[in-house]
Design a protein around this ligand. Structure first.
Ligand code: ADP
Ligand code: ZN
Ligand code: ZN
Length: 742
């Protein structure tokens, strides 16, 4: 049997993560030791023993085995909060193919001190006789400031120094003199800042759950008590009261002495939302967001570790809050792409939540009006439980949705960027002093090419995704690398009216101003929202009614509530629909349904207009009817047919190098070594290499390969084998690699 070695760090801090110490695992421990175990190890010279955490285990000694000392003692396995964080990191490493150090840095907050807030409490001495004698003497000496303070203290008993100084118009000197005379003492305490402190009491929501909501909460409680492990997916249209139900669920968990993590995409984490939680849980709620300094965020983790709060609300990093006994993890708007990390490891909050919930025996609740195809697929297969909320609690109607065929506009001689219906609708809203939102869904847009006469889109014959325009009139597939030359003539209708969609928010604004010179227009994009709170400012202006029309990217339709908006238009729905990514349809459907939800939130019924060259596309048709299930059924057929997730599992390996030849050699080696026939029989496919959308960036060349299989275990093994091979092979020393799990 080969020996086992352990990496041990003496304490949990980012500096120590990079320099673990290696120890031999004595034979009797090999079965019980794991990342997160607390151990005693000999350290430095002599026989000094220190306590440390095991971060990683390996069969390789790394250097001369004779010089590696054995672990002295196993203190405990994974009960400490720090141990749990290491366990989570070990899972991240295995699941996402990163190093242990990268995984640990993801789960452990960066330690950084902030100015702690000091409160100084002034207290009178218990020796009343002495105090009164002193006061008498001061009155005689006409020491007014000292008399004022003493008199106030005799009434109040104790006073906050800062408040006393301000209210009684004192200087620090007065306090010092009284302290030195022994008539008062200063008690100093340090408190950590609660980011929502000082907000005042939030108004209570007086809500009686409707039937559906009550059934959901009851189902949640029963399942939690019964130890149900499957996550609960709540499919509920916007305004059906999901947040109301979350609050009830959390209440149940908190009353049992457990804690709650609530993930909300940062852009939807509005003040109003936080207030609703605060109204119920008061100061036991805290938030995390990217505007907080690292120190402030670290403070929240400290407060959680000390048991000073029960509920944390934040984006995906809030998952790593070191609570002792988590009872519920909620992921609201679970379809949002911001739940997937774009750093290494490229973890998805949904998957990590599942693991963390397992560690704590907690419930995982996912909620959305448009669930991700992955979650809904799992619910259909029984891996998740599904609960549907069908009614809007507020009674407001959903917007009416129209699809405008831009091919028909062109045929009718309209060469502008707005349909005739849209122009009429805008004029009507301006007349009635109602508000309008116009957006371009540029997300993921990589430059597809299509025929403006018949709508034909140039797609990859192998992957069924749009081809992307590249320099030299080339069209390229970003999965398999297939290339073709741009045709000058549409293969479908023969028209020569072929080009990519070019639309920017600036151009939309110019055009609107030309047609409606009196309209007040606000634009929200990267140019107009620089600065810390840039886009909050634009949104606030719009909410205050200081503009008639808000123009922007998809950013403007996420989660904001403007009661006076009664018209919303997706100006170029095709931009994200043909983004060259297998998820393009899903992203577009979500966005269009969300956008429809923006129109008509108040008293007046809203309208949504979708401009497209592909009105017969199933994504557009179901978005028009706001029919999630219809969309899901068509989409899952496509995924199954093309072997895309969630039906198949897919890994992406990105390779980056300064030298193009080395990059090509590295990829050929991988292909030769791992994909030479026998794997196809096991149901594993290798796709690529394909150039990344930005093939050459900062003097580096970037390609990707994809590996697909319906069997997740096989893919996990592949990732490990390929990872080992990459570490052992010379040519990969000058190639940077990273894994991504789709
Ligand atoms: P969601 O999170 O599904 O969008 P919310 O929980 O935000 O829905 O509820 C939408 C609105 O409806 C909120 O203003 C909320 O106060 C109100 N609401 C929800 N449920 C009820 C109810 N049972 N009775 C009265 N108002 C409700
Ligand atoms: Zn055509
Ligand atoms: Zn392809």
């Amino acid at each position: 049997m080969s020996a086992l070695y352990a990496d041990v760090i003496p304490g949990i801090s980012h500096e120590q993560l990079d320099k673990p110490f290696r120890y031999r695992v004595p034979e009797e421990m090999t079965e019980i030791i794991s990342p997160g175990s607390v151990v005693k190890v000999p350290f430095g010279g002599g026989n000094r023993l220190i306590t440390g955490f095991v971060t990683d285990l390996s069969d390789e000694p790394g250097f001369d085995p004779a010089r590696i000392k054995p672990i002295f003692k196993l203190v405990s396995d994974n009960e400490l909060p720090e141990s749990r964080m290491i366990t989570i990191a070990a899972w991240l490493k295995a699941e996402y193919g990163c190093t242990m150090s990268q995984a640990l840095k993801t789960v452990l907050p960066v330690k950084e001190k902030v100015q702690k807030k000091e409160t100084r409490l002034l207290k009178l001495s218990d020796d009343t006789q002495m105090v009164e004698g002193y006061l008498e003497r001061m009155r005689k000496r006409n020491a007014k400031a000292r008399v004022r303070l003493l008199e106030a203290l005799l009434v109040a008993g104790e006073l906050d120094e800062a408040a006393a100084k301000k209210d009684l118009k004192l200087t620090l000197k007065t306090v010092k003199e009284l302290t030195e005379a022994g008539v008062l003492t200063v008690k100093s305490t340090f408190t950590y800042r609660n980011p929502i402190e000082g907000a005042g009491e939030a108004p209570k929501e007086n809500i009686i759950l409707n039937e559906e909501q009550a059934a959901l909460v009851a189902e949640f409680k029963t399942a939690l008590d019964a130890g149900e492990k499957r996550p609960l997916l709540v499919h509920g249209i916007t305004g059906s009261g999901k947040t109301v139900c979350y609050i009830e669920m959390i209440d149940h968990v908190v009353k049992e002495g457990r804690q709650a993590i609530v993930l909300i995409p940062e852009i939807a984490l509005t003040w109003q939302t936080v207030r609703r939680f605060q109204a119920r849980f008061g100061e036991r709620v805290s938030i995390l967001n990217s505007r907080m300094s690292r120190g402030e965020r670290y403070d929240q983790f400290l407060r959680a570790a000390r048991g000073e709060m029960d509920v944390i609300i934040g984006p995906r990093s809030a998952l790593f809050t070191p609570f002792k006994n988590i009872g519920i993890i909620i992921i609201d708007e679970e379809h949002e792409s911001s739940y997937k990390s774009e750093n290494v490891p490229s973890y998805h909050a949904r998957e990590v939540s599942g693991f963390i919930a397992g560690l704590h025996g907690a419930s995982l609740v996912l909620g959305s009006a448009t669930p991700s195809v992955t979650s809904y697929y799992r619910a259909k297969r029984g891996e998740y439980r599904l609960f549907t909320l069908t009614r809007r609690a507020t009674g407001a109607d959903l917007a009416t949705c129209f699809v405008d065929d831009m091919r028909a506009e062109l045929a009718a001689g309209n060469r502008g960027m707005f349909s005739r219906r849209l122009l009429r609708a805008i004029a009507e809203r301006l007349e009635k002093k109602e508000q309008i939102m116009l957006f371009i869904n540029k997300r993921g847009y990589a430059g597809f090419v299509s025929c403006k006469s018949c709508g034909h889109v140039f797609k990859c014959p192998h992957c069924d995704v749009s081809l992307t325009f590249h320099k030299g009139d080339k069209l390229v597939c970003h999965y398999c690398g297939y290339e073709e030359h741009i045709e000058k003539k549409c293969p479908s209708c023969g028209s020569t009216y072929i080009y990519g969609l070019r639309a920017g928010t600036q151009k939309v604004e110019d055009s609107i101003k030309q047609i409606f010179p009196n309209a007040r227009v606000l634009r929200m994009d990267r140019d107009t929202t620089s600065g810390k709170d840039g886009h909050t400012k634009v949104l606030r202006e719009f909410a205050a009614g200081n503009a008639d029309i808000l123009i922007g990217t998809q950013m403007i339709v996420k989660g904001h509530d403007f009661p006076k908006v009664t018209l919303c238009c997706a100006l170029a729905a095709d931009m994200s629909l043909f983004a060259g990514d297998y998820r393009a349809g899903e992203n577009t459907f979500e966005l269009l349904v969300q956008a429809a939800g923006r129109a008509g939130r108040g008293e007046r019924k809203g309208e949504m207009i979708i401009q497209t060259y592909a009105p017969e596309n199933y994504v557009i048709e179901h978005a028009k009817d706001q029919d999630y299930i219809g969309f899901f059924n068509d989409e899952i057929n496509f995924r199954g047919m093309m072997n895309y997730p969630p039906v198949s599992h897919m890994l992406k390996l990105s390779l980056t190098a300064r030298d193009e030849d080395i990059l090509n050699r590295a990829v050929s080696l991988l292909k030769e070594k791992f994909f030479s026939g026998s794997l196809e029989e096991m149901g594993v496919t290798f796709i690529g290499p394909a150039k990344e959308p930005l093939y050459r960036l900062a003097d580096e060349f970037r390609v990707a390969v994809f590996i697909k299989s319906r069997d997740k275990d096989i893919l996990d093994q592949m990732m490990k084998c390929i990872g080992d091979y990459i570490r052992s092979e010379q040519v990969f020393r000058s190639v940077f690699t990273r894994w991504d799990r789709e």
